[in-house]
Ligand binder design. Structure first.
Ligand code: ADP
Ligand code: MG
Length: 277
């Protein structure tokens, strides 16, 4: 049975970070947003759901000992596979060990759910670093989140791909609330232009969707320098223009008025029990 957590004070704020196209900056954003909140004393978890090369543990120079497959077979607890990053930031290296969350058996889903609910109790923020595109895993993470941050770049293909993701989440699953970050901008105001362009297409073809602009992140050489040293950009170059932009985005995220879960983390329960499988 899903745990009954009604009456608990408040669960974590759960955000999925997704994009239509790969290599647009999801992991960079997830790691640095998480670091920004962790450095401010919050309990933060990144759920690494992306099988990409530069995944969260690589970006932070951590080596997972166990993975989620070990939890599913009962070899260890979810808390045993957690890694601790800078400022106490927690990383769940989930990407290896299963190919699709949606293909888990009922008992595996239940096990994961119970473990995750126990873990989530003490957290302030959870960020799902999802794969790119519109695969079942991407949709799953987006549906198991309270809010969705979509990230794109000024490239036309990144924009059409993010539109495709919004479309499938809206048409197939009725998701109506999104936040947008435009990464890799080359001049001031470019992010807002891209946002308006996307909004126009959405209003014309999809209708009543709320798309909130969280901000843009400029192209900044120090982003890849930080990747090479396996430290968060915000900790290595706190004054870099991209760091300032990400801190502004973190500020915007704290202001997002999240609609309360109906029954605490039971929301997770419903999703995990196969509503969207
Ligand atoms: N604003 C930026 N300026 C410069 N390089 C960036 C920026 N954002 C991301 N990158 C680089 O782009 C690559 C892909 O970023 P990453 O966060 O791994 O994307 P994703 O997770 O979407 O695949 C990384 O090498 C990263 O250093
Ligand atoms: Mg990634």
């Amino acid at each position: 049975m899903p745990l009954d957590l009604r009456g608990m004070e408040r669960g974590p704020r759960v955000f999925a970070i997704s994009s239509g196209k790969g290599g647009v900056g999801k992991t960079t954003l997830a790691v640095n947003l998480a670091f920004a909140f962790a450095a401010a004393g919050k309990k933060v978890l990144i759920f690494d759901g992306d099988l990409g090369l530069a995944n969260v543990d690589v970006l932070l120079g951590l080596t997972p000992r166990y993975h989620i497959g070990d939890v599913l077979v009962g070899r260890c607890r979810l808390e045993d596979i957690l890694l601790e990053g800078p400022s106490g930031l927690l990383i769940l290296p989930a990407s290896s060990g299963f190919t699709s969350l949606t293909q888990l058996s009922e008992s595996q889903k239940l096990r994961l759910l119970e473990e995750f609910e126990g873990l989530a109790l003490g957290l302030d923020w959870v960020f799902f670093d999802t794969p790119a595109g519109i695969s079942e895993n991407v949709l799953y993470f987006n549906l198991a989140s309270q809010e969705r941050v979509l990230i794109c770049t000024p490239e036309p293909t990144a924009l059409t791909d993010v539109y495709a993701l919004i479309k499938v989440l809206y048409r197939r699953h009725g998701v109506k609330r999104f936040h947008l970050v435009v990464n890799w901008t080359r001049r001031q105001g470019q992010g807002l232009e891209i946002y308006r362009q996307l909004l126009r297409v959405i209003e014309r073809f999809l209708g009543s969707i709320s798309l909130n602009f969280l901000g843009d992140i400029p192209f900044d050489q120090r982003v890849s320098e930080a990747v090479k040293t396996q430290q968060p950009l915000l900790s290595l170059f706190p004054e870099a223009s991209a760091s300032k932009a990400i801190r502004r985005i973190a500020g915007e995220l704290s202001e997002v008025n999240i609609r309360p879960f109906e029954g605490g983390l039971q929301f997770f329960g419903r999703k995990m029990m196969g509503v969207c499988a």
